[in-house]
Design a protein around this ligand. Structure first.
Ligand code: HEC
Ligand code: HEC
Length: 759
């Protein structure tokens, strides 16, 4: 994602290279910034300002149709000062506090003003104009991502002893071509720690490590992988990855940040789907069209499929939008955009107002898809505050109970008694009309529902007027020869294992995305995925049992010079744990983790506001359940999550960032959670070992999965002594002094880098 624009300027040369003065010559807008600009800023300027400040008229000597012009400004000087909304005339003008009041007639909405101000604070990122050409679908089809994958030949390598699987041939061939060698195999402790975090997001226990180290059989590692894949905690870890893609949240976000009180059912469905190894094609079908699939035999199966459609329902919505038609189209847009990014790796949303400027997706294709979602019911009503649709998932028991209430006349209690799940159902089936420049007030011709033409190869699905077409769309997506579905998913899996995708822009396989560093490998994996019946667990085995996965992270000067970003994969990348892993591991080593699965931890009811007018959010995060069960509140994500790069839960994210900032270290030093964990570790270690040196050993094994060196034991014991004597004047109880001193050592151990980095 982040690299989209940088790459394109190098590879495609689409950019004119102007308009980035404000950001400095080396800083192109990120994909996120471009998305914000293109959806929130440019349309606003075009609609409300450019008439008087553009090519035809330059009122006040000012043009607002390029960044250069804004920086130059009009009669009164620059219109904006990047980074400083307070000093920007344009922001003052739209705020209408002073004499200059813009636009001339009317006032922008609070949201629009806030967006403009945010944009200036961001440094006024402004993507330069594209070299626009008419879309040529046939030519577009030649782009690699729009061609179906083909089984590549397995490359011949010199050192075929190293290769454990065909996958390794791909890795090694690329390395050999550059005269490089793969790093040696990682030692067993490193390997089990890496694999355990990878698959269940927790550290291995000392017992698990010992068992693996002691097992000399050839299948020792395969056994570890299988054990982890069978663990219920596997679904929690990999389900969470998918929730990033599904922009999962327990609140709506935006202005009406009310509770998605039933979103957790979708979350639990995802966890179970990964645990059960639900074939990915089925997973896609259920999320897009679970309500339309032939009835499952059991009621629980039917409910599961209704819950799965929560995928389409979870997006942020402007629930107080005055214009109902606009609200409806905005919701449809969010669905199209998410489906595009999640399953196709395409930014379909860019074709809402104009033909996609980069990919061969004309506006007509966008409205062809819009017809499918317009024919789908996602809302119960559009009144203010509008209500999203929920499918009833009542069991026979619930139904009886509800019948048990109506006799008593207690109608108001009924809704609470019937469980329901966010999701969609069929609506009034019709095609959508083109919205000229994205405006629902300027309607063009109706477009028959169809799939994007650049991806259609002969047997496209047909859409009739009996159904919305979601099922046909989903069926088409999971065709074995679909150019994108399998590739996008295997690339996600690869990214979640290795930290970088074969295509690094996991959610954008289009022209602005990156090119695959190894297209043959990507295709081979995609073909394997389909051949193995879309089994995600089969892909884990395929990847993890390769020599490629099992390399150590040893550094190599020559390799680093030739391939500094490790794109060829000459060693394992060291990775920092993700937010949830950090928290869960802390609780795990403190023996505090509550492994209860599923259910809701929300303290507010469905559709209730998270915070009142005082903006005080009282959501609690002190549960000891796994992090995946903590509430995800849009615009107000839990501090710890925020600190360690939890993604924006309003948009699809397949490639989380890893930043290093000072407050992370402060968190590890000062937070209540880390103190609580340290105290728990200390209490336990004081009870369970006889000898102090053994105690240090035990702590190292628990936290880092390895023995402490003699030096570390010595230093650890010295630290305990030092703290104990420092406490002498302050704490009269010797036993308490001792616990506190050990807690201090535990704190040092978990706050060290070794705890949160996996090699
Ligand atoms: C209907 C015409 C019209 C529209 C629409 C309009 N402006 Fe203006 N703008 C003017 C005129 C005329 C002036 C000259 C000052 C005056 O007459 O108030 C001006 C002046 C300005 C100035 C000060 C220029 C200078 O250097 O003195 C800024 C900044 C500005 N407009 C921003 C905007 C923005 C932002 C929008 C859109 C949100 C907008 N204007 C929409 C007519 C318009
Ligand atoms: C809500 C409407 C809307 C959406 C969505 C939108 N744009 Fe735009 N875009 C505009 C408008 C309005 C213009 C002004 C030029 C025009 O009238 O075509 C524009 C212009 C552009 C230009 C300059 C093109 C040129 O001809 O100079 C680029 C590049 C662009 N958009 C890219 C994108 C990308 C990439 C996305 C998706 C991330 C996107 N747009 C989404 C409304 C939109």
């Amino acid at each position: 994602m982040r690299h989209d624009f940088r790459t394109v300027s190098l590879i495609v040369g689409l950019w004119l290279g102007c308009g980035h003065a404000a950001l400095g010559a080396d800083k192109q807008p990120t994909a996120e910034e471009v998305r914000f600009f293109e959806t929130s800023i440019r349309p606003l300027l075009v609609e409300r300002c450019v008439k008087c400040h553009g090519p035809d008229e330059q009122s006040g000597g000012l043009r607002l149709d390029s960044l250069a012009a804004m920086l130059e400004g009009g009669a009164s000087g620059p219109a904006i000062v990047p980074g400083q909304p307070g000093k920007s005339l344009l922001i003052k003008a739209v705020g209408q506090q002073d004499k200059l009041k813009m636009p001339k007639k009317g006032k922008l909405t609070e949201q629009q003003i806030a967006d403009l101000s945010k944009w200036v604070s961001m440094g006024a990122p402004y993507p330069a104009a594209a070299a626009v050409t008419a879309i040529d679908i046939d030519k577009g089809r030649q782009f690699w991502a729009f061609q179906p994958p083909v089984t590549p030949a397995i490359p011949v390598v010199k050192d075929d002893k190293w290769a454990k699987s065909p996958l390794d041939h791909f890795t090694l061939a690329k390395l050999e071509a550059k005269g490089l060698r793969p790093a040696p195999q990682a030692d067993k402790r490193t390997l089990i720690r890496r694999a355990t975090f990878d698959l269940i997001g927790l550290p291995p226990t000392p017992q698990e490590i010992d068992a693996f180290v002691a097992d000399d059989s050839a299948e020792a590692f395969a056994k570890v992988v299988d054990r982890l894949l069978a663990s219920p905690q596997y679904g929690e870890r990999w389900g969470r990855h998918w929730l990033d893609v599904a922009r999962y949240a327990d609140s709506n976000g935006l202005d009406e940040n009310i509770a998605h009180g039933n979103a957790w059912r979708y979350r639990d469905y995802v966890v179970a789907a990964f645990s059960k190894d639900k074939p990915y094609d089925q997973f896609v079908l259920e999320q897009l069209a679970g309500d339309l699939l032939p009835n499952a035999a059991k009621e629980t199966g039917r409910h599961e499929r209704l819950i799965a459609t929560g995928f389409l329902a979870l997006g942020p919505k402007v629930l107080a939008e005055v214009d109902e038609k606009k609200m409806e189209m905005d919701i449809i847009d969010e669905q199209i955009d998410t489906v595009g990014r999640a399953f196709l790796g395409l930014t379909l949303g860019c074709a809402r107002c104009h033909d996609h400027k980069f990919d061969p997706i004309p506006t007509e294709d966008y409205y062809a898809l819009a017809g499918i979602f317009k024919s789908t019911r996602a809302m119960e009503n559009f009144r203010k505050i509008a209500r999203w649709w929920e499918n009833a998932i009542a069991t026979a028991e619930d139904r009886d109970r509800v019948a048990l209430y109506s006799l008593a006349g207690a109608f108001e209690k009924i809704p609470a008694a019937v469980p329901s799940a966010m999701g969609v159902t069929e609506g009034h089936v019709s095609d959508a009309q083109i919205h000229v420049r994205g405006s629902h007030l300027k309607l063009g011709k109706a477009v028959p529902r169809h799939v994007p033409r650049v991806l259609a190869r002969g047997e496209e699905p047909t859409f009739d007027d009996r159904q919305s077409g979601r099922l046909q769309l989903a069926d088409w997506l999971v065709r074995p020869d679909h150019p994108l579905t399998s590739r996008v998913m295997v690339n996600r899996i690869w990214r979640w294992h290795f930290g970088q995708g074969i295509v690094r822009s996991t959610d954008n396989f289009g022209m602005l995305g990156e090119r695959p560093c190894d297209p043959e490998l990507l295709d081979w994996l995609a073909m394997q995925f389909v051949e193995k019946k879309w089994s995600v667990k089969a892909m884990h085995r395929l990847i993890m049992l390769s020599s490629t996965y099992q390399m150590s992270s040893a550094y190599d000067l020559k390799a680093a010079e030739i391939d500094p970003e490790n794109r060829l994969r000459w060693r394992a990348d060291v990775r920092r744990l993700e937010a949830e892993e950090i928290r869960d591991s802390l609780l795990a080593v403190g023996d505090l983790l509550d492994t209860t699965m599923g259910g809701s931890l929300l303290q507010v009811k469905n559709r209730e506001f998270f915070f009142d007018h005082t903006s005080k959010d009282t959501t609690r995060y002190d549960s000891h359940r796994r992090a995946i069960y903590l509430p995800v509140v849009r615009n107000h994500v839990y501090d710890l999550f925020q600190l360690f790069d939890f993604p924006d839960p309003a948009v699809t994210t397949g490639d989380r960032a890893t930043t290093t900032v000072a407050p992370q270290a402060l968190f590890m030093m000062n937070s209540d959670l880390v103190s609580e964990v340290s105290e728990s570790m200390a209490a336990k270690v004081l009870k369970s070992e006889k000898d102090d040196a053994d105690r240090v050993q035990r702590l190292y094994r628990k936290a880092y999965g390895r023995a402490a060196t003699a030096k570390e034991v010595e230093r650890g014991l010295a630290h305990v002594k030092e703290v104990e004597s420092a406490l002498e004047g302050k704490e009269s109880d010797a036993a308490k002094r001792r616990v506190r001193a050990w807690a201090s050592l535990c704190h040092l151990i978990v706050a060290a880098n070794e705890f949160i980095y996996v090699r």
